[in-house]
Design a protein around this ligand. Structure first.
Ligand code: URP
Ligand code: ZN
Ligand code: ZN
Length: 479
């Protein structure tokens, strides 16, 4: 299919220009003024609109088996919902059970993801350690295009990685030129605080944030960053939700350490009062980890994004229906953790970021697409509107408004954490692999059209680190 986007303003992370964009066979072939339509091309009138790289959500969990149930959104519905919101690529997580071979889990996720309608990649979690994990990490990098490994410092008794696993895995990632990522919460503290709160009779969702205060996140983020520093590896902290972990990132970056931080749209906009809602369904729908925080943390996160201390925005899209959340009716520790948002990330960030003047349009593109493409080594194939890049694009109508609701969203879940929020600035068209897949409210997707993306190690972004590594090899550690 060929598409010509005519009359818009192309917005990249570095500049904005008035230009048409011509796409043939899945790629952008030309960006410039007054382009001829390729033969048979569908022409999109983008007058008064912005043409931007499709969003990349670097943190989703489609159909994740988790806490005794399975996330309701699968790779088909989830990637389709993403396209409706201008997100053309996700990076999901393969999460092996402890003792499960990493390659086996990876193959399982690859099977599940075959129905995806947009392009996707995988981070792979390291949830346990032995020599086979060490070997499988190599196979994943060299043969399967995985260049990022995830570590959950929380979820004790399930997928938690202790310091021994972190040190072994970060060291291996260093050898392979892959980047470690962490969910930073001190799992032991969470576990002990949960027991204490339950013992005090606090069994409802209000116990969730009480068992995971900001210090729990700050301690873990700082520990992971210091471990990375000792091992001379870059590190990426997922879902930074509070001042405590942000401060550790800022300190480390000021000291020259290569630390990246991700913020969720939910954490930027929703505060912890949601856990006091008398309706269990509403409070439980917001149970995710790390939890929503008091308002002053949100302001700090915005400043982190504005200043570049946080580089990416994500959703941690991990949906559970009310009946699934009800598993924790009498015990908040059993409420499946997770919320949604893959469809709403870009419009919510535009509305609250660009329209308020917190972010320029170019910074918006950087935060929703380009930075993730660069950090996870998909750039310039993704994250850029330029000849040779994939034709993954969103045509953005800055004047169009809508009110977000679970009644109208495409996400396969009965709740929307942004319910009732009116946003101005929404996608009018989404183009994925050169195909017009979303047009003025109508989705036209093909099951299985999404491609798995191989991401090579050693992003050019890490040249400085590579040089530093050559000069000073890491301290040796036992595996
Ligand atoms: O509550 C969350 N975030 N659920 C998904 C798993 C994770 O911790 O990212
Ligand atoms: Zn997490
Ligand atoms: Zn997550």
């Amino acid at each position: 299919m060929s598409v010509l986007i005519r009359g818009g303003t192309v917005v990249n992370a570095d500049q904005s220009i008035r230009a048409d964009v011509s796409c043939v066979d899945g790629q952008i072939v030309e960006v410039g003024p007054d382009l001829e339509a390729p033969s048979g091309a569908e022409v999109v009138d983008a007058d008064g609109q912005y043409v931007m790289p499709g969003g990349i959500d670097p943190h989703t969990h489609m159909q994740l088996p988790f806490m005794g149930t399975v996330a309701s959104e699968d790779f088909y519905t989830g990637t389709a919902a993403g396209l409706a919101g201008g997100t053309t690529c996700i990076i999901d997580f393969v999460i092996p059970n402890p003792q499960q071979p990493l390659i086996e889990a990876f193959q399982q996720w690859r099977e599940w993801s075959e129905k995806a309608v947009s392009d996707y990649a995988f981070h792979v979690a390291v949830t346990w350690w032995d020599e086979t994990v060490h070997a499988d990490m190599g196979t994943l990098v060299h043969e399967h295009g995985v260049n990022s490994f995830k570590h959950f410092m929380a979820y004790k008794g399930a997928i938690m990685a202790d310091d021994e696993i972190l040190v072994n895995s970060f060291t291996r990632a260093w050898e392979l030129g892959a980047i470690p990522t962490v969910h930073a919460e001190n799992g032991e503290l969470v576990w002990q605080l949960q027991r204490k709160l339950m013992g005090m009779g606090i069994t409802g969702p209000e116990g969730h944030p009480q068992s995971r205060p900001p210090e729990v996140e700050g301690e873990a983020a700082n520990r992971a960053i210091r471990i990375a520093q000792a091992l001379k590896t870059p590190i990426y902290i997922v879902h930074v939700s509070c001042k405590d972990s942000l401060e550790s990132i800022i300190r480390a970056r000021n000291e020259g350490q290569r630390v990246f931080g991700e913020v969720l749209t939910g954490h930027l906009l929703i505060d912890d009062s949601v856990y006091l809602d008398p309706d269990f369904e509403v409070a439980a729908a917001h149970v995710m980890s790390p939890p929503f925080r008091p308002k002053d943390h949100q302001e700090a996160l915005w400043r982190g994004l504005q200043s570049g201390s946080l580089q990416t925005t994500a959703t941690d899209h991990c949906c559970f229906y009310a009946e699934q959340k009800a598993m924790g009716k009498d015990d908040f520790t059993k409420i499946p953790n997770g919320t949604g948002g893959v469809e709403n990330r870009m419009e919510v960030l535009w509305n609250s970021g660009v329209r308020t003047g917190r972010l320029t349009m170019n910074e918006f593109v950087r935060a929703t697409s380009t930075s993730a493409a660069q950090i996870f080594n998909m750039y310039p194939r993704k994250g850029l509107v330029a000849p040779g890049s994939d034709a993954d694009l969103v045509v953005w109508d800055p004047e169009s408004s809508k009110t977000i609701s679970a009644k109208t969203h495409h996400q396969n879940v009965d709740y929307n954490i942004f319910e009732g929020m009116t946003v101005t600035g929404t996608p009018s068209h989404t183009i994925s692999q050169g195909n017009l897949v979303y047009k003025q409210g109508e989705l036209q997707v093909e099951r299985g059209a999404g491609r798995y993306l191989h991401r090579p190690p050693f992003a050019p972004y890490f040249d400085a680190i590579t040089k530093m590594r050559a000069a000073t090899p890491p301290v040796s550690v036992n595996r």
